[in-house]
Design a protein around this ligand. Structure first.
Ligand code: PEP
Ligand code: MG
Length: 584
């Protein structure tokens, strides 16, 4: 039996086995200065130097990976961070702090951070806060090296890694070499948070709500993560590891089988076409799946290209990025969603306002319309990218028709014609759902963001664990809104897709197909199973099912109804493939 078991909530399915790596994202606070005795000076200096060189090694690794994926310019920020850790005057101060003031390395670093912050605070002009942060962040990395992970270094751990972290941030899955991450275990972060979205598109088994995992789990201990069940076994025995690896291999074989079949176009039953497309965030996602299993990209979240850089990307850089994606998909449509930052998606080089309620604040299209230069540059890049493929532009967080009209004027300004780009609106704010008919008249297509629509419909922050129980995408109140949207668009012949996470859930996919949607866009790992299930049912059956689910009284009742139908369809798909045992 493993030494410890932690119960958590499933975020991204799968089984992962690896050694634990405990990540800390907390800012390490100074506290009272602590001292050492004279005899400890040499070992304190050694500890400091070892931690500093480990931090530099990690930053160099991230710098190289970023340069490879995004280009040298974007990797420059890590070079600057390394330079901060090599600054002779800071090193001299820290050494003196240890040798002369007998401070621990941690206290000596804090003293230097405080000194530099004091200097910036007394200066006028420029963005002093940002400069202070630029200086503090790399030293925080050294502090983490000194305080956590019990001297073990990520690069020194061999084989697969299970990341144990506080918060499931969108940057977490991208900070480490992907091929080494077997699973992610987090203490905090909603199932529908953007960190969860990224983990799912990477296909990394992930759980959240693992209470105190960063304190309980020792770095280097062997962990087995059963993400579907939300189970983490820490200090796993050889038998437990063998069993998990067997299950993982079985699932992989089922997945490979269905991936092969997924090359057929999406269809409900034998004859009702339903487009299946993918949600992606970056060109690096393209290596994770075969483009032959999807009919284009239903959602390209352009904000990730902004979030991973040191500066706003230029129009040329954006065009290059869009061209790469379009070329990869040939003639298939690619829906580029314009910048959707704010709330948990922040740009490190752009100061967002401090808001009491950021999810309802200055984000998405609202920000782009107030800073039209940013949107104009994006429109320019998209207009140019039309030469390379089927470009479509999607607006996030649309609240009313006037916003769409403003965007059309900007398109006209760039391209001379308001209809130069096929334009779509996301329906993810309840007011947009209620004004559906007016919005429909202004755009070429619509896409429903169920992640945010549910958040705003129930007034429940999608990231807040205190109210997570009230975030209920299968609640009939939400299903009724979705059915209204799907059926209204179907009758009007307006293309309508769903790009929220419900599309990639088997219960969600069955409901949405029955509710009138003609396209489902999802994280790539879910495509094979969803396509297989949809083939086992008829559209008439699903329309009845969707009506019944929307008529239920509770989230659980509706979910059970849909999930039972999905399980029957899945068993039938397995039987057809001759693989009757597992789940993908
Ligand atoms: C959504 O809200 O459902 C959506 C697809 O957008 P995001 O998750 O990026 O907010
Ligand atoms: Mg959204």
């Amino acid at each position: 039996m493993s030494k410890t078991e932690i119960t958590a909530i499933s975020v991204s399915p799968g089984v992962g086995v690896g050694k634990a790596w405990v990540v800390s994202d907390e800012k390490i606070q100074a506290g009272k200065p602590r001292r050492i005795d004279v005899d400890s000076i040499p070992s304190a200096v050694n500890d400091f130097e070892a931690a500093r060189s480990r931090a530099i090694k990690t930053l160099s690794h991230i710098q190289a990976a970023t340069a490879k994926e995004l280009g040298i310019q974007d990797a420059a920020i890590y070079g600057a961070q390394i330079a901060v850790l090599q600054d002779p005057s800071a090193l001299d101060e820290i050494q003196k702090g240890i040798r002369e003031k007998l401070l621990t390395p941690v206290s000596a670093i804090h003293a230097v951070i405080k000194k530099f912050e004091g200097i910036f605070e007394s200066m006028e002009g420029g963005d002093m806060k940002t400069w202070a942060a630029d200086l503090r962040d790399p030293w925080q990395a050294v502090l983490r090296e000194l305080l956590e992970e019990k001297t073990r270094h990520f690069m020194e751990l061999e084989g697969s890694i299970v990341l144990i972290a506080g918060e499931l941030l969108p940057s977490l899955p991208t900070r480490f070499p992907r091929e080494r991450i077997a699973a992610i275990v987090c203490e905090r972060g909603g199932r529908y948070s953007h960190g969860a979205v990224v983990a799912r598109s990477f296909g990394i088994p992930t759980v959240t709500g693992a209470d105190q995992a960063t304190s309980i789990v020792e770095a280097g201990s062997l962990c087995v993560v059963y993400a579907d069940e939300g189970q983490v076994r820490v200090g796993a025995t050889t038998d437990e590891v063998d069993a998990a690896e067997r299950l993982s291999a079985e699932r992989e074989s089922v997945r490979a089988e269905f991936e092969e079949r997924a090359k057929e176009p999406g269809c409900v039953g034998a004859d009702h076409p339903l487009r299946i497309s993918v949600n992606i965030e970056s060109p690096r996602d393209l290596d994770l799946f075969s483009k032959d299993i999807v009919e284009g990209v239903g959602l390209f979240r352009t904000e990730f290209a902004y979030m991973e850089r040191a500066n706003f990307p230029t129009a040329q850089e954006q065009e290059d990025l869009y061209r790469g994606i379009l070329k990869h998909f040939g003639d298939a449509p690619v829906v580029f969603r314009t910048l959707d930052v704010g709330n948990d998606k922040q740009l490190r080089y752009f100061q967002m306002p401090q808001e009491n309620n950021p999810a309802m604040g200055w984000r998405g299209l609202r920000m782009s319309l107030q800073w039209p230069d940013i949107l104009l540059m994006q429109i320019q890049a998209l207009v140019k990218a039309r030469e390379y493929g089927d470009v479509r532009m999607l607006l996030p967080m649309v609240t009313n028709v006037e916003e769409i009209r403003q965007v059309k004027r900007l398109i006209e300004q760039v391209a001379g014609r308001a209809d130069a780009l096929p334009l779509g609106a996301m329906i993810e704010v309840p007011s947009a759902a209620m004004a559906l008919k007016d919005i429909m008249d202004e755009v070429d297509f619509l896409s429903v963001g169920t992640n945010d629509l549910a958040q705003y419909l129930f007034a429940v922050d999608r990231d807040n664990p205190w109210v997570a129980d009230l975030y209920q995408p299968y609640h009939p109140a939400h299903l009724r809104v979705l059915r209204f949207i799907g059926n209204t668009c179907r009758m009007a012949g307006k293309p309508i897709s769903v790009c929220g996470e419900m599309s990639g859930q088997r219960a969600g996919a069955l409901f949405l197909a029955g509710a009138g949607f003609d396209q489902l866009s999802m994280a790539p790992p879910f495509v094979p199973e969803i396509k297989a299930i949809l083939r086992e049912v008829s559209i008439q059956e699903l329309r009845v099912l969707a009506r019944k689910a929307a008529a239920c009284a509770t989230n659980l009742e509706a979910f059970r109804l849909l999930e039972d139908a999905a399980e029957i369809a899945w068993q039938s798909a397995l039987k057809r493939s001759g693989k009757e045992s597992g789940k993908t």
